[in-house]
Design a protein around this ligand. Structure first.
Ligand code: AMP
Ligand code: ZN
Length: 137
């Protein structure tokens, strides 16, 4: 897509701090890192969300992720890392081109992880039924 910032980065039309390129995926540093070394793994083809990506490309992305996550962890001497993907605006997706975040983590870095709250048993059971009803094999 001509006006998509990640398409333009993938084509080399916009600059980035690139750390990986295997022809199908490119990985580069996030310009507003949560921690230094925060990296984005991006399919070169334009798909808006995970659900728009073909299944085999999602499988390929998991391989690229494992490789790049290991590079980020070693390169930043991180003690851990978070993988995250925002899908759709409601989940905080700002760039509408599918991408995974790799965020290097350090003990005591002050970043907060999600905090769940105990759910009602009936609510859990009911939402389970709703989700299972959309199972496709
Ligand atoms: P998301 O909320 O998952 O859509 O996140 C988009 C991410 O892309 C944000 O963390 C931005 O800081 C990052 N970002 C936006 N434009 C650029 C760019 N030109 N180069 C690198 N990272 C970018
Ligand atoms: Zn794009």
């Amino acid at each position: 897509m001509d006006d998509c910032v990640f398409c333009r980065i993938a084509k080399g039309e916009l600059p980035c701090e690139k750390v990986y390129d295997d022809g199908k995926f490119v990985a580069f540093l996030d310009i507003s890192p949560v921690n230094l070394g925060h990296t984005l793994v991006v399919p070169k083809e334009h798909y808006e969300t995970l659900l728009d990506m073909p299944a085999d490309l999602v499988a390929d992305m998991s391989q690229a992720l494992k490789l790049v996550a290991s590079m980020v962890k070693n390169g930043t001497k991180a003690e851990g890392f978070n993988l995250m993907m925002n899908n759709y605006e409601a989940a905080g997706q700002v760039v509408p081109h599918a991408h995974m975040h790799i965020v290097p983590r350090f003990k005591g870095d002050g970043l907060k992880n999600w905090q769940g709250k105990k759910a009602d048993k009936d609510d859990l059971s009911s939402v389970k039924e709703d989700i299972v009803s959309f199972m496709q094999i």
